[in-house]
Design a protein around this ligand. Structure first.
Ligand SMILES: Cc1cc2nc3c(=O)[nH]c(=O)nc-3n(C[C@H](O)[C@H](O)[C@H](O)COP(=O)(O)O)c2cc1C
Length: 378
């Protein structure tokens, strides 16, 4: 087994990616984050030795922080597949303990991505097919009625389920948690006016639509104490609504983020499909992670097509792979401090050695992203 420390060569060009990262609650050997990627290799919701080995391979090969695939909180309608990992129940949590051990033995760090898909769940799927799908207003992502609005009691139970998972993550030895608040899933369904038409404290103007997330973060904070890192992943775009915007201007974004910071978020993972795109049409070059860092002062993670020439939703919708692409533009942005960390999805799914190849300038060994990569867990 190789440890990160054994790599000696770092090309000057890639240097910005391999500077250590220091923040009040989280320190990392370098700036590379493995993006959360659902794999569907956990039958019965239990991540096994193969899942542990998959993550260990990335930790051994120069990834600073692994964010796990979305893992389901304890709610009967949290997920849409029996092969997505659970983050509750003794067997699944034992499986996760094995994952943490494997990653730590290899010198890496790891945070679980806590996930509830909300109304994005197709009826009749997942571990409890009879459970109705839930969301703030019972609306699907097209804004059509597909269920009942959540009651306040049910909302309280969901918040408690996130907090339970956060506490378990800390107990199992994870290095932080990521809350999945992006891509049109449950937390994002509260954020978004199309899926949240509630008229109580959880719906209405943008501030009220942040309330669910803020309460989730605050409850997680109570469960993990003051020093454990809580990261929030959020996105403007939603599945099937790529032009959607939670915030249309930097001012709106500041108002959106403030309650989330106040509730206890330490880092923001700003999900975009192409990292080089400006977040707003105001002439500024900053991407969403750039603006989020500027507005909150918190460390941010950028993501989207790093090292690849086609964005990832094309893979899902059109079954397209992607060729390799240079990362010079990314390095420039990182070096000038636009954001702090860089999440890499498909390139790392494809190739566990991606980070070390970048570090050592072995560009000729970088591989195109093939569809078959998603069928195997290596
Ligand atoms: C197979 C696959 C599964 C994914 N699953 C998740 C997930 O569980 N949670 C999440 O927030 N994003 C998920 N994503 C999005 C990635 O985290 C990432 O944001 C996206 O792939 C863009 O990064 P890339 O261009 O480097 O691949 C997934 C992406 C892929 C390709």
């Amino acid at each position: 087994m190789m440890h990160k420390e054994e790599f000696t060569m770092t090309t000057d060009t890639a240097k910005a990616l391999f500077e250590p990262f220091r923040s009040p609650k989280l320190s990392l050997d370098n700036r590379i984050v493995m993006a959360p990627m659902t794999r569907g290799f956990s039958p019965g919701g239990v991540p096994g030795d193969d899942v542990a080995a998959y993550y260990r391979r990335r930790a051994e090969n120069g990834v600073g922080l692994i964010v796990t695939e979305g893992t389901l909180i304890n709610h009967p309608a949290a997920g849409a597949s029996t092969k997505w990992p659970h983050f509750y129940g003794e067997e699944a949590l034992n499986g996760w303990a094995g994952v943490v051990r494997a990653v730590h033995e290899a010198g890496g760090k790891i945070a679980p991505q806590l996930w509830h898909v909300g109304m994005a769940r197709k009826a009749g799927t997942g571990t409890h097919p009879d459970a109705p799908s839930v969301g703030p207003s019972g609306l699907n992502l097209a804004g059509e009625r597909a269920g009942e609005p959540l009651t306040e009691r049910e909302i309280a139970d969901l918040i408690a389920a996130y907090a339970q998972a956060a506490g378990d993550a800390k107990r199992l030895g994870f290095d932080g948690i990521e809350l999945h608040g992006a891509h049109g899933y449950l937390i994002d369904q509260f954020f978004w006016a199309v899926t949240n038409v509630r008229t109580d404290a959880y719906g209405g103007d943008m501030l009220k639509r942040t309330r669910f997330a803020a309460e989730v973060i605050a409850a997680c904070r109570r469960a993990v104490g003051p020093d454990f890192p809580i990261m929030l992943r959020y996105s403007q775009w939603k599945d099937g609504a790529y032009d959607a915007k939670l915030a249309a201007t930097p001012d709106e974004l500041a108002r959106f983020l403030e309650p989330l910071v106040d509730a206890g978020a330490d880092l923001f993972h700003c999900s975009t499909r192409r990292f080089w795109e400006p977040a707003f049409d105001d002439g500024a070059d900053l991407n969403l992670a750039g603006w989020t860092k500027k507005l909150t002062g918190k460390p941010t993670v950028t993501v989207g097509s790093v090292g690849l020439d086609l964005e990832f939703t094309r893979f899902f919708k059109e079954r397209k792979g992607a060729g390799t692409a240079g990362i010079e533009g990314l390095l420039e942005r990182l070096a000038r401090g636009e954001f702090d960390l860089v999440a890499v999805g498909r390139a790392l799914l494809n190739d566990p050695e991606w980070a070390v190849k970048i570090r050592e300038g072995r560009d000729d060994e970088l591989r195109a992203f093939e569809l078959e990569a998603t069928q195997r867990l290596y």
